[in-house]
Ligand binder design. Sequence first.
Ligand code: UDP
Ligand code: MG
Length: 317
Amino acid sequence: MPKKIAIVIPVFREAENLPVLYRRLDLVTSRLSEFTWEYIFVNDGSPDNSYEVLLNLASTDSRIKVLDLSRNFGKEIALTAGAYEARNVDAVICIDADLQHPPELIPVLIDKWVGGAEMVVTIRVTSDREPLFRKWGSDLYYWLMNKCASFEVIPKATDFRLYDRKVVTAFCQATERERMFRGIMDWMGFRREFVEFSAAARTGGEAGYSYSKLWQLAINSLTAFSLWPLRLTGYLGLLISGCSGLLLLWMIGNYLLKTKLVYTPLAIFVVANTLLMGIVLMAIGLVALYVGTIHTEVINRPLYLIREKINFDLVDE
Ligand code: UDP
Ligand code: MG
């Protein structure tokens, strides 16, 4: 039995890129005929005619499967949906539809996989015409991640990766909702190998994650999950009790030593009261940490909803 490899492609506003991508993928996979291939295009609620383009492609090639999500769920969920639907294959390759990930690299990924790697991660070494602001944003992001995460996050590692079936099976056990696809993959470990490539500029369409969209995403997650305001309370409490605590010590010291600066008992009382207020805020912040966790667990909404599945075998249902 030849090994089966699924290529998962999240699609959002990529109508003009899809035919080119398919042609390039097909060229690569036809040279790797020792494997059987399937393409899983996940249409992530594209407002353009990406879906029609995909339907056209699917009618010419039965290896093309199309997953049409009911609305735009974001790339992370689109990738998750693709990985879930590709469970009975030997490996999954995730690749962006915007041609920033060269399909011509796939044979290299396969080589590493055949050589024993369970996850092959591509690293983007250069990118022409990347806006400075975006670059700073991603630098800051990686810096923060490496500070906060309990596992190593490799800068410039992309979503263009090959995952062994074992990794995909393990991934399907992840239940967290606020997910970052490659974050979960990195957290899981497994034998990883790295491949470098230089990214090309976008050839068509525009980046799905515009600044305004990124900002909106940040604001939305703030209000919809409302953990940050609560956590902020805790930090505010920490600040208030820290400052007033120091001030109180200073005042009491002066009061006892009877140096030139002597504070009235009322002033000391006011500062002590502020300290208590800070402690109460801190306690609220602590409770908020637990409430936040319970909140995300309790919501338990489905990760994605599929409107239609095209070219999926009925036996799979
Ligand atoms: N994408 C998606 N849903 C979205 C935004 C993007 O499925 O809401 C897809 C998009 O079609 C592309 C990939 O995710 O295949 C990467 O998107 P983009 O190039 O906008 O992101 P970046 O390259 O900045 O990571
Ligand atoms: Mg891109």
